[in-house]
Design a binder for this molecule. Sequence first.
Ligand code: XUL
Ligand code: CO
Length: 448
Amino acid sequence: MTSEFFTGVTEPIRYGGPDSTDPLTFKAWQPNRVVLGKRMVEHLRPGVCFWHSFTWAGTDMFGTGTLDRPWITMADEMAGARAKMAAAFEFFTKLGAPYYCFHDRDVAPEGTSFAEFRDHLDALTDDALGYQERTGVTLLWGTANVFTHPRYQAGAATNPDPEVFAYAAAQVKHMLEVTKRLGGPNYVLWGGREGYDTLLNTDLRREGAQLARFLHLVVEHKHKIGFKGRLLIEPKPMEPAKHQYDYDSATVHGFLARNGLEGEYQLNIEANHATLAGHSFHHEVAYAVANGVLGSIDANRGDPQNGWDTDQFPNSVEDLALPLYEILRAGGIAPGGFNFDAKLRRQSSDRNDLFHAHIGGLDTIAQALLVAADLVERGELAANLDARYASWDGALGKAILEGGLSLADLEARVAAGAVNPVPVSGGQERLENLVNKSIWAVDRPAAG
Ligand code: XUL
Ligand code: CO
Protein backbone atom coordinates (compact mmCIF):
# COMPACT_ATOMS: atom_id res chain seq x y z
CA MET A 1 0.00 0.00 0.00
CA THR A 2 1.27 3.48 -0.83
CA SER A 3 1.32 6.04 1.96
CA GLU A 4 -1.93 7.50 0.60
CA PHE A 5 -5.05 5.43 0.18
CA PHE A 6 -7.55 7.88 -1.35
CA THR A 7 -5.34 8.71 -4.32
CA GLY A 8 -8.30 9.85 -6.44
CA VAL A 9 -8.55 12.98 -4.28
CA THR A 10 -5.32 14.92 -4.12
CA GLU A 11 -6.50 18.21 -2.57
CA PRO A 12 -8.92 18.93 0.27
CA ILE A 13 -12.49 19.11 -1.05
CA ARG A 14 -13.41 22.75 -1.67
CA TYR A 15 -16.62 24.74 -1.98
CA GLY A 16 -17.66 24.93 -5.64
CA GLY A 17 -21.07 26.53 -5.12
CA PRO A 18 -24.50 25.33 -6.22
CA ASP A 19 -23.68 25.52 -9.94
CA SER A 20 -20.40 23.62 -9.82
CA THR A 21 -20.27 20.70 -12.23
CA ASP A 22 -17.42 19.05 -10.33
CA PRO A 23 -19.00 16.28 -8.21
CA LEU A 24 -16.04 16.42 -5.82
CA THR A 25 -16.88 19.93 -4.59
CA PHE A 26 -19.30 21.16 -1.95
CA LYS A 27 -22.48 22.83 -3.18
CA ALA A 28 -23.69 24.20 0.17
CA TRP A 29 -21.20 23.29 2.92
CA GLN A 30 -19.10 26.36 3.76
CA PRO A 31 -17.69 25.74 7.24
CA ASN A 32 -16.79 29.39 7.84
CA ARG A 33 -19.99 30.95 6.52
CA VAL A 34 -21.72 32.83 9.34
CA VAL A 35 -25.35 31.85 9.93
CA LEU A 36 -27.27 33.57 12.74
CA GLY A 37 -24.02 34.90 14.18
CA LYS A 38 -22.18 31.56 14.28
CA ARG A 39 -20.05 29.68 11.74
CA MET A 40 -21.68 26.69 10.01
CA VAL A 41 -19.05 24.38 11.40
CA GLU A 42 -19.85 25.53 14.95
CA HIS A 43 -23.57 24.97 14.38
CA LEU A 44 -23.21 21.50 12.91
CA ARG A 45 -19.95 20.06 14.34
CA PRO A 46 -19.95 17.23 11.75
CA GLY A 47 -18.13 13.97 12.28
CA VAL A 48 -17.21 10.84 10.30
CA CYS A 49 -17.78 7.44 11.89
CA PHE A 50 -15.07 4.81 11.85
CA TRP A 51 -17.27 1.74 11.78
CA HIS A 52 -19.26 2.07 8.56
CA SER A 53 -16.53 3.86 6.62
CA PHE A 54 -13.39 1.95 7.62
CA THR A 55 -14.28 -1.18 9.61
CA TRP A 56 -17.12 -2.52 7.46
CA ALA A 57 -16.16 -4.39 4.28
CA GLY A 58 -19.56 -4.17 2.59
CA THR A 59 -20.84 -7.51 3.90
CA ASP A 60 -24.54 -8.21 4.31
CA MET A 61 -26.42 -11.31 5.42
CA PHE A 62 -26.23 -12.77 1.93
CA GLY A 63 -22.85 -11.65 0.70
CA THR A 64 -19.20 -11.10 1.55
CA GLY A 65 -17.37 -7.79 1.46
CA THR A 66 -17.48 -5.73 -1.73
CA LEU A 67 -15.53 -2.68 -0.57
CA ASP A 68 -11.85 -2.06 -1.00
CA ARG A 69 -10.63 -2.10 2.63
CA PRO A 70 -7.28 -3.95 2.48
CA TRP A 71 -6.45 -3.40 6.18
CA ILE A 72 -9.26 -5.71 7.27
CA THR A 73 -7.52 -8.82 5.98
CA MET A 74 -3.90 -7.97 6.78
CA ALA A 75 -2.17 -10.89 8.57
CA ASP A 76 -0.54 -8.62 11.14
CA GLU A 77 -3.61 -7.22 12.91
CA MET A 78 -1.83 -4.25 14.48
CA ALA A 79 -0.32 -3.31 11.11
CA GLY A 80 -3.85 -3.52 9.68
CA ALA A 81 -5.18 -1.32 12.49
CA ARG A 82 -2.47 1.27 11.79
CA ALA A 83 -3.16 1.26 8.04
CA LYS A 84 -6.84 1.74 8.81
CA MET A 85 -6.18 4.71 11.07
CA ALA A 86 -3.86 6.28 8.52
CA ALA A 87 -6.53 5.97 5.81
CA ALA A 88 -9.20 7.31 8.17
CA PHE A 89 -7.26 10.46 9.08
CA GLU A 90 -6.29 10.95 5.45
CA PHE A 91 -10.01 10.85 4.62
CA PHE A 92 -11.05 13.19 7.48
CA THR A 93 -8.43 15.72 6.37
CA LYS A 94 -9.21 15.59 2.66
CA LEU A 95 -12.94 15.88 3.40
CA GLY A 96 -12.35 18.69 5.88
CA ALA A 97 -14.42 17.07 8.65
CA PRO A 98 -13.54 18.46 12.08
CA TYR A 99 -14.64 15.38 14.11
CA TYR A 100 -14.73 11.60 14.12
CA CYS A 101 -16.31 8.89 16.30
CA PHE A 102 -15.34 5.28 17.04
CA HIS A 103 -16.05 2.17 19.09
CA ASP A 104 -13.09 0.61 20.94
CA ARG A 105 -13.29 -2.43 18.61
CA ASP A 106 -13.31 -0.29 15.46
CA VAL A 107 -9.69 0.64 15.98
CA ALA A 108 -8.22 -2.09 18.23
CA PRO A 109 -7.84 -5.80 17.37
CA GLU A 110 -9.51 -8.10 19.91
CA GLY A 111 -6.35 -10.17 20.65
CA THR A 112 -6.57 -13.22 22.88
CA SER A 113 -7.50 -11.59 26.21
CA PHE A 114 -9.00 -8.41 27.59
CA ALA A 115 -5.55 -7.30 28.78
CA GLU A 116 -4.17 -7.69 25.26
CA PHE A 117 -7.13 -5.83 23.76
CA ARG A 118 -6.59 -2.98 26.24
CA ASP A 119 -2.90 -2.79 25.31
CA HIS A 120 -3.84 -2.61 21.62
CA LEU A 121 -6.36 0.14 22.32
CA ASP A 122 -3.88 2.14 24.40
CA ALA A 123 -1.23 1.95 21.67
CA LEU A 124 -3.71 3.01 19.00
CA THR A 125 -4.96 5.82 21.24
CA ASP A 126 -1.37 7.12 21.35
CA ASP A 127 -1.38 7.05 17.55
CA ALA A 128 -4.76 8.81 17.39
CA LEU A 129 -3.47 11.55 19.69
CA GLY A 130 -0.58 12.14 17.29
CA TYR A 131 -2.93 12.30 14.30
CA GLN A 132 -5.24 14.68 16.17
CA GLU A 133 -2.35 17.01 16.93
CA ARG A 134 -1.05 16.95 13.36
CA THR A 135 -4.42 17.30 11.58
CA GLY A 136 -6.58 19.29 14.01
CA VAL A 137 -9.32 16.66 13.61
CA THR A 138 -10.67 15.67 17.04
CA LEU A 139 -13.00 13.18 18.66
CA LEU A 140 -16.72 13.99 18.89
CA TRP A 141 -17.49 10.87 20.91
CA GLY A 142 -16.17 7.49 21.84
CA THR A 143 -18.14 4.33 22.63
CA ALA A 144 -17.57 0.66 23.47
CA ASN A 145 -18.75 -2.17 21.26
CA VAL A 146 -20.59 -4.46 23.68
CA PHE A 147 -22.76 -6.15 21.08
CA THR A 148 -20.61 -7.91 18.40
CA HIS A 149 -18.79 -10.60 20.38
CA PRO A 150 -20.77 -13.83 21.08
CA ARG A 151 -20.43 -13.23 24.83
CA TYR A 152 -22.95 -10.40 24.36
CA GLN A 153 -25.54 -12.48 22.54
CA ALA A 154 -27.99 -12.15 25.48
CA GLY A 155 -27.10 -8.55 26.27
CA ALA A 156 -24.29 -6.69 28.04
CA ALA A 157 -25.61 -5.00 31.21
CA THR A 158 -28.89 -6.91 30.89
CA ASN A 159 -27.29 -10.34 30.46
CA PRO A 160 -28.52 -13.17 32.73
CA ASP A 161 -24.84 -13.78 33.58
CA PRO A 162 -23.18 -11.16 35.84
CA GLU A 163 -19.77 -12.09 34.36
CA VAL A 164 -20.92 -10.61 31.06
CA PHE A 165 -22.01 -7.45 32.93
CA ALA A 166 -18.49 -7.32 34.41
CA TYR A 167 -16.87 -7.73 30.98
CA ALA A 168 -18.97 -4.92 29.50
CA ALA A 169 -18.17 -2.76 32.54
CA ALA A 170 -14.44 -3.31 31.94
CA GLN A 171 -14.76 -2.27 28.30
CA VAL A 172 -16.86 0.82 29.04
CA LYS A 173 -14.58 1.93 31.89
CA HIS A 174 -11.54 1.74 29.66
CA MET A 175 -13.17 3.39 26.66
CA LEU A 176 -14.44 6.24 28.84
CA GLU A 177 -10.80 6.83 29.85
CA VAL A 178 -9.67 6.65 26.21
CA THR A 179 -12.37 9.19 25.27
CA LYS A 180 -11.11 11.49 28.02
CA ARG A 181 -7.50 11.14 26.80
CA LEU A 182 -8.58 12.08 23.28
CA GLY A 183 -10.47 15.13 24.52
CA GLY A 184 -13.87 13.79 23.40
CA PRO A 185 -16.70 16.04 24.60
CA ASN A 186 -19.20 13.12 24.69
CA TYR A 187 -19.37 9.41 25.44
CA VAL A 188 -22.16 7.33 23.85
CA LEU A 189 -23.92 4.18 25.06
CA TRP A 190 -25.98 2.29 22.51
CA GLY A 191 -27.75 -0.78 23.86
CA GLY A 192 -28.07 -2.93 20.75
CA ARG A 193 -28.33 -6.16 22.73
CA GLU A 194 -30.06 -4.62 25.76
CA GLY A 195 -33.46 -6.07 24.98
CA TYR A 196 -34.90 -9.46 24.10
CA ASP A 197 -35.83 -11.79 21.30
CA THR A 198 -38.51 -13.60 23.34
CA LEU A 199 -40.15 -12.90 26.69
CA LEU A 200 -40.13 -16.66 27.34
CA ASN A 201 -36.50 -16.41 28.48
CA THR A 202 -36.47 -12.81 29.74
CA ASP A 203 -37.01 -11.34 33.22
CA LEU A 204 -37.93 -7.71 32.51
CA ARG A 205 -37.72 -6.66 36.16
CA ARG A 206 -34.19 -7.98 36.64
CA GLU A 207 -32.91 -6.66 33.32
CA GLY A 208 -34.23 -3.16 34.05
CA ALA A 209 -32.54 -3.14 37.45
CA GLN A 210 -29.25 -4.35 35.93
CA LEU A 211 -29.31 -1.66 33.25
CA ALA A 212 -29.96 1.07 35.84
CA ARG A 213 -27.05 -0.21 37.98
CA PHE A 214 -24.76 -0.18 34.95
CA LEU A 215 -25.70 3.40 34.07
CA HIS A 216 -25.06 4.50 37.68
CA LEU A 217 -21.61 2.85 37.60
CA VAL A 218 -20.73 4.77 34.43
CA VAL A 219 -21.78 8.06 36.06
CA GLU A 220 -19.68 7.24 39.16
CA HIS A 221 -16.62 6.49 37.06
CA LYS A 222 -17.08 9.59 34.94
CA HIS A 223 -16.97 11.76 38.07
CA LYS A 224 -14.13 9.74 39.59
CA ILE A 225 -11.82 10.29 36.60
CA GLY A 226 -12.96 13.88 36.06
CA PHE A 227 -14.36 13.31 32.58
CA LYS A 228 -16.00 16.63 31.77
CA GLY A 229 -17.84 15.43 28.66
CA ARG A 230 -21.46 14.39 28.49
CA LEU A 231 -22.84 10.86 28.70
CA LEU A 232 -25.31 10.08 25.92
CA ILE A 233 -27.72 7.20 25.38
CA GLU A 234 -28.70 6.36 21.80
CA PRO A 235 -32.32 5.22 21.50
CA LYS A 236 -33.27 2.48 19.01
CA PRO A 237 -36.41 0.34 19.16
CA MET A 238 -35.17 -2.93 17.62
CA GLU A 239 -32.46 -4.50 15.43
CA PRO A 240 -30.50 -6.47 16.41
CA ALA A 241 -32.88 -7.40 19.28
CA LYS A 242 -36.58 -7.86 18.55
CA HIS A 243 -37.27 -5.30 21.26
CA GLN A 244 -34.72 -2.89 22.71
CA TYR A 245 -35.19 -1.20 26.07
CA ASP A 246 -33.90 2.18 24.87
CA TYR A 247 -36.84 2.24 22.45
CA ASP A 248 -37.10 5.98 21.73
CA SER A 249 -36.42 9.35 23.33
CA ALA A 250 -39.48 9.26 25.58
CA THR A 251 -38.79 5.71 26.80
CA VAL A 252 -35.17 6.47 27.66
CA HIS A 253 -36.14 9.72 29.35
CA GLY A 254 -38.73 7.87 31.47
CA PHE A 255 -36.18 5.18 32.41
CA LEU A 256 -33.66 7.82 33.48
CA ALA A 257 -36.25 9.66 35.58
CA ARG A 258 -37.46 6.43 37.28
CA ASN A 259 -33.92 5.42 38.18
CA GLY A 260 -32.52 8.66 39.57
CA LEU A 261 -30.40 9.30 36.49
CA GLU A 262 -32.05 12.45 35.15
CA GLY A 263 -29.50 15.15 34.45
CA GLU A 264 -26.68 12.59 34.09
CA TYR A 265 -27.47 11.47 30.54
CA GLN A 266 -28.59 13.20 27.36
CA LEU A 267 -29.65 11.52 24.11
CA ASN A 268 -27.82 10.77 20.89
CA ILE A 269 -30.69 10.79 18.42
CA GLU A 270 -30.38 8.90 15.14
CA ALA A 271 -32.70 9.69 12.24
CA ASN A 272 -33.12 6.09 11.04
CA HIS A 273 -33.75 4.87 14.61
CA ALA A 274 -36.56 7.42 14.90
CA THR A 275 -38.25 6.10 11.77
CA LEU A 276 -37.77 2.48 12.96
CA ALA A 277 -39.68 3.48 16.11
CA GLY A 278 -42.54 4.82 13.99
CA HIS A 279 -41.65 8.45 14.68
CA SER A 280 -40.32 11.23 12.54
CA PHE A 281 -36.78 12.40 13.27
CA HIS A 282 -38.38 15.78 13.91
CA HIS A 283 -40.49 14.24 16.71
CA GLU A 284 -37.50 12.65 18.42
CA VAL A 285 -35.48 15.87 18.35
CA ALA A 286 -38.45 17.98 19.46
CA TYR A 287 -39.14 15.59 22.37
CA ALA A 288 -35.51 15.79 23.49
CA VAL A 289 -35.50 19.60 23.27
CA ALA A 290 -38.80 19.90 25.17
CA ASN A 291 -37.47 17.70 27.97
CA GLY A 292 -33.91 19.03 28.21
CA VAL A 293 -32.21 15.82 27.00
CA LEU A 294 -30.88 16.80 23.57
CA GLY A 295 -27.27 15.59 23.30
CA SER A 296 -26.06 14.85 19.78
CA ILE A 297 -27.24 13.59 16.39
CA ASP A 298 -26.45 10.48 14.35
CA ALA A 299 -27.20 11.76 10.85
CA ASN A 300 -28.50 9.25 8.33
CA ARG A 301 -31.76 8.15 6.73
CA GLY A 302 -33.79 4.98 6.19
CA ASP A 303 -35.48 3.80 3.04
CA PRO A 304 -39.24 4.45 2.87
CA GLN A 305 -39.90 0.92 1.57
CA ASN A 306 -37.55 -1.02 3.87
CA GLY A 307 -38.36 -1.62 7.50
CA TRP A 308 -34.81 -1.82 8.76
CA ASP A 309 -31.84 0.35 9.63
CA THR A 310 -30.44 0.99 6.14
CA ASP A 311 -28.16 3.77 7.46
CA GLN A 312 -28.04 5.72 4.20
CA PHE A 313 -26.44 9.13 4.01
CA PRO A 314 -28.87 12.00 4.59
CA ASN A 315 -29.96 13.61 1.31
CA SER A 316 -33.27 15.31 2.08
CA VAL A 317 -33.15 18.97 3.11
CA GLU A 318 -36.87 18.77 3.80
CA ASP A 319 -36.42 15.97 6.36
CA LEU A 320 -33.63 17.81 8.18
CA ALA A 321 -34.86 21.41 8.12
CA LEU A 322 -37.34 21.05 10.98
CA PRO A 323 -35.07 19.04 13.30
CA LEU A 324 -32.47 21.77 12.71
CA TYR A 325 -35.07 24.43 13.42
CA GLU A 326 -35.72 22.78 16.82
CA ILE A 327 -31.97 22.64 17.47
CA LEU A 328 -31.49 26.33 16.62
CA ARG A 329 -34.40 27.33 18.85
CA ALA A 330 -32.89 25.23 21.66
CA GLY A 331 -29.61 27.18 21.44
CA GLY A 332 -27.63 24.65 19.38
CA ILE A 333 -26.26 21.11 19.50
CA ALA A 334 -22.82 21.74 21.09
CA PRO A 335 -21.04 19.92 22.69
CA GLY A 336 -22.82 17.36 20.49
CA GLY A 337 -22.62 17.37 16.72
CA PHE A 338 -23.76 15.62 13.56
CA ASN A 339 -22.04 12.25 13.29
CA PHE A 340 -22.58 10.57 9.92
CA ASP A 341 -23.64 7.16 11.21
CA ALA A 342 -24.21 6.19 7.60
CA LYS A 343 -22.77 3.66 5.23
CA LEU A 344 -22.23 3.30 1.52
CA ARG A 345 -24.42 0.94 -0.48
CA ARG A 346 -22.35 -2.21 -1.00
CA GLN A 347 -22.19 -1.58 -4.77
CA SER A 348 -20.49 1.78 -4.13
CA SER A 349 -17.08 0.20 -4.42
CA ASP A 350 -15.07 3.07 -5.87
CA ARG A 351 -12.77 4.67 -3.28
CA ASN A 352 -14.15 8.09 -4.22
CA ASP A 353 -17.68 6.97 -3.31
CA LEU A 354 -16.87 7.63 0.34
CA PHE A 355 -16.21 11.28 -0.60
CA HIS A 356 -19.38 11.54 -2.69
CA ALA A 357 -21.39 10.15 0.23
CA HIS A 358 -19.98 12.59 2.79
CA ILE A 359 -20.10 15.55 0.41
CA GLY A 360 -23.81 14.87 -0.10
CA GLY A 361 -24.35 14.49 3.64
CA LEU A 362 -22.50 17.71 4.50
CA ASP A 363 -24.25 19.67 1.75
CA THR A 364 -27.62 18.41 2.95
CA ILE A 365 -27.14 19.35 6.61
CA ALA A 366 -25.64 22.70 5.55
CA GLN A 367 -28.58 23.53 3.29
CA ALA A 368 -31.04 22.39 5.98
CA LEU A 369 -29.29 24.71 8.43
CA LEU A 370 -29.86 27.63 6.02
CA VAL A 371 -33.55 26.74 5.76
CA ALA A 372 -33.86 26.43 9.55
CA ALA A 373 -32.13 29.79 10.02
CA ASP A 374 -34.54 31.35 7.52
CA LEU A 375 -37.47 29.96 9.52
CA VAL A 376 -35.99 31.43 12.71
CA GLU A 377 -35.39 34.81 11.06
CA ARG A 378 -38.86 35.04 9.56
CA GLY A 379 -40.28 34.17 12.97
CA GLU A 380 -43.67 33.19 11.56
CA LEU A 381 -43.75 29.66 12.99
CA ALA A 382 -42.72 30.91 16.43
CA ALA A 383 -45.28 33.73 16.37
CA ASN A 384 -47.97 31.24 15.37
CA LEU A 385 -47.09 28.94 18.25
CA ASP A 386 -47.05 31.80 20.76
CA ALA A 387 -50.43 33.01 19.55
CA ARG A 388 -51.90 29.51 19.69
CA TYR A 389 -51.10 29.08 23.40
CA ALA A 390 -51.44 32.74 24.45
CA SER A 391 -54.55 32.11 26.59
CA TRP A 392 -52.48 29.93 28.91
CA ASP A 393 -50.83 33.18 30.02
CA GLY A 394 -54.27 34.68 30.74
CA ALA A 395 -56.19 34.51 34.02
CA LEU A 396 -57.81 31.07 33.54
CA GLY A 397 -54.72 29.40 32.10
CA LYS A 398 -52.45 30.69 34.88
CA ALA A 399 -54.91 29.77 37.63
CA ILE A 400 -55.11 26.18 36.30
CA LEU A 401 -51.35 25.73 35.96
CA GLU A 402 -50.50 27.33 39.28
CA GLY A 403 -52.86 24.94 41.08
CA GLY A 404 -55.42 27.56 42.07
CA LEU A 405 -58.41 25.69 40.64
CA SER A 406 -59.77 22.22 41.52
CA LEU A 407 -61.89 19.99 39.30
CA ALA A 408 -64.91 21.21 41.29
CA ASP A 409 -63.97 24.88 40.67
CA LEU A 410 -63.69 24.18 36.96
CA GLU A 411 -67.03 22.37 36.93
CA ALA A 412 -68.66 25.35 38.63
CA ARG A 413 -67.29 27.74 36.01
CA VAL A 414 -68.37 25.57 33.12
CA ALA A 415 -71.84 24.99 34.63
CA ALA A 416 -72.28 28.75 35.15
CA GLY A 417 -71.63 29.33 31.45
CA ALA A 418 -68.45 31.32 32.16
CA VAL A 419 -66.43 28.91 30.04
CA ASN A 420 -67.40 28.46 26.42
CA PRO A 421 -64.46 27.38 24.24
CA VAL A 422 -64.62 28.11 20.51
CA PRO A 423 -62.60 25.79 18.21
CA VAL A 424 -59.75 27.52 16.38
CA SER A 425 -58.12 26.27 13.16
CA GLY A 426 -54.82 24.42 13.65
CA GLY A 427 -53.76 25.83 10.28
CA GLN A 428 -51.54 22.88 9.36
CA GLU A 429 -51.53 23.50 5.61
CA ARG A 430 -50.84 27.22 6.07
CA LEU A 431 -47.87 26.31 8.32
CA GLU A 432 -46.58 23.68 5.90
CA ASN A 433 -46.58 26.35 3.20
CA LEU A 434 -44.41 28.54 5.44
CA VAL A 435 -41.84 25.76 5.68
CA ASN A 436 -41.83 25.30 1.91
CA LYS A 437 -41.42 29.05 1.46
CA SER A 438 -38.11 28.85 3.33
CA ILE A 439 -37.03 25.65 1.55
CA TRP A 440 -37.63 27.27 -1.82
CA ALA A 441 -36.19 30.65 -0.91
CA VAL A 442 -32.82 29.69 0.48
CA ASP A 443 -29.84 29.90 -1.82
CA ARG A 444 -31.60 28.43 -4.81
CA PRO A 445 -29.11 27.39 -7.49
CA ALA A 446 -29.29 29.77 -10.47
CA ALA A 447 -31.74 28.51 -13.11
CA GLY A 448 -30.42 26.99 -16.37
C1 XUL B 1 -26.42 1.09 15.53
C2 XUL B 1 -25.83 2.40 15.82
C3 XUL B 1 -24.51 2.37 16.49
C4 XUL B 1 -24.30 3.46 17.47
C5 XUL B 1 -23.01 3.38 18.25
O1 XUL B 1 -27.65 1.15 14.88
O2 XUL B 1 -26.38 3.42 15.48
O3 XUL B 1 -23.53 2.42 15.50
O4 XUL B 1 -24.34 4.72 16.87
O5 XUL B 1 -22.84 2.15 18.87
CO1 CO C 1 -25.91 5.42 15.66
